[in-house]
Design a protein around this ligand. Structure first.
Ligand code: SF4
Length: 279
């Protein structure tokens, strides 16, 4: 069995940075929490819990001097204010690329644009971006008319470029002026391109990452259009029956998948199909 493993699968720059900041904080204090799971990966979050980083859902109930980690997705300014009012410490691990998108949203509002954010409405990054625009923003919905003459458009950093292009083309017909900040993260495009190339030359694709991870799910849907694909969270889910008649398997992972989870999947497939010894 030939295994094609993506070079760009696994933790992105922003996630690596957030985890490093969180672990450093946990090394200095026993009172460290992350607002929401630090990454969208159930197994990795369990591991972080053991290392002293407790995910919390709400700011209410936090203790004075508790250290709250803002994850790479960032939060809205009113959330930051609320944490400060609770006299908690803040470690802001917002990815600098998400922070840049937040600044663009704010700038657009200051310049009088109505902001349209293209992304998933329930994604924490999108909720954070919306918070920087106050009431002068909406989330893009296909076919929905915004009814404003002057709009600013900003995508979620992990959006697929094609989807963003389609949204811009849809919106432009109604407006007089449109200002675009393309904040799509390069890591997203690199992963999608590589996964597409691997899927085209593989018989089966395995995409590893949390079922709650938007970027992993997106990779899965892209691969699924090209090949028989399986989205898994851990090596224990890999089944021999998936490889019936296959000579090659492609493996990629989302931006919040630890390298160890990918290693374990490769190891399991290698165990099923050991390399032939050269004579
Ligand atoms: S995908 Fe890009 S923008 Fe999002 S956290 Fe990772 S590095 Fe930052």
């Amino acid at each position: 069995m030939k295994i094609y493993r993506a070079k760009h699968g696994g933790f992105c720059f922003g996630v690596t940075r957030a985890i490093k900041m969180a672990l450093e904080a946990a090394g200095k204090s026993k009172n460290v929490s992350s607002l929401g799971p630090l990454i969208h990966n159930r197994l990795a979050v369990e591991d972080l819990k053991k290392r002293g980083i407790r995910p919390i859902d709400r700011i209410d109930g936090t203790k004075k001097n508790e250290i709250i980690i803002i994850r790479s997705h960032g939060v809205a300014p009113d959330v930051l204010r609320k944490i400060k009012s609770k006299r908690c410490g803040i470690i802001d691990a917002t990815c600098p690329r998400v922070r840049r998108a937040q600044r663009y949203v704010q700038r657009l509002v200051d310049e009088g644009y109505y902001v349209v954010i293209v992304g998933e409405k329930d994604h924490p990054e999108v909720k954070g971006l919306l918070g920087y625009a106050g009431k002068r923003a909406t989330i893009y919905k296909e076919g929905h008319r915004v009814n404003k003459k002057k709009i600013g458009v900003v995508p979620q950093t992990t959006l697929n470029q094609e989807k963003f292009n389609d949204a811009v083309a849809d919106l432009i017909s109604d407006v007089i002026e449109m200002k675009i900040y393309n904040t799509i993260c390069r890591e997203t495009a690199v992963r999608i391109n590589e996964a597409t190339k691997i899927a085209k030359k593989s018989d089966v694709m395995i995409i590893i990452g949390g079922k709650n991870s938007a970027n992993t799910t997106r990779l899965y849907h892209i691969c699924k259009k090209l090949r028989r694909s399986h989205h898994i969270e851990s090596a224990s889910e890999v089944k021999r029956s998936w490889f019936k008649g296959a000579k090659s398997v492609g493996i990629t992972a989302g931006a919040s998948t630890p390298k160890q989870q990918v290693d374990e999947v490769v190891k399991k497939i290698r165990k099923m199909y050991p390399k032939e010894k050269k004579r």
